[in-house]
Design a protein around this ligand. Sequence first.
Ligand SMILES: [Zn+2]
Length: 258
Amino acid sequence: MSALQIHQFPCLSDNFGVLVHDPATGSTVAIDAPEEAAVQAALTETGWHLTDIFITHHHADHVDGVAGLKAAFKPRIVGPRAEAHKIANLDVLVSEGDHLEFAGHKVDIIDTPGHTLGHIAYVIQSHPVVFAGDTLFALGSGRIIEGTAEQMWSSLLKLASLAPETIVYCGHEYTLANGRFAMSVDQDNAHLLQRMTHIQDLRAGGKPTLPTTIREERATNPFLRATAPEVKAAIGMAGESDLAVFAKLRQMKNDFRG
Ligand SMILES: [Zn+2]
């Protein structure tokens, strides 16, 4: 079993595409397929041949490239069982507790509902890496479009409980805006201040702020810090439950115009 190589590239307005490649077998999986042309260009650039697509959820900016890539490469296409009726061309349906094999690497599936009801994340412990789709972002959480705050909070806790060194890839470059909100509710967090400086430098240089790690998100992501007394106090919710504080933070972020 060889070490996986991961290539991240921007597509659409603020989406990320990700290719994961196993050099020993030549297998390559695209994590979501936001845009056929951008995935094709990334395959050409890397010289990798597409063998698999892993879909996190049914939104158009994650599946629009599937049909064209299927026609071009005949990959195995894996997606969430609970959204099978909303996604065309799926070959393999998975949900929490299922495992896939990718080039000898075990891939665990976690149900992460909230953004959509059937959203899933893919974890490869041997790397270790998680592909979190639109559930966990750098310094942010996905919008709760179909599910409840309780579902999203439980999904975020599952991701937060992965090994701290786990590398996190997600669907969008929202970090700078997320960071402005984070600063408004967690301004005394020294880790956050340090990270914001770094993020501003990266964006000023036109560079992506992703991937991140579970360790970094646990220390600085305001949504994962819904458990922290200082964050609860900062939004006037000292002593309230973690879930209630998360729900409030999510609402505040929706309304935030920083
Ligand atoms: Zn989405």
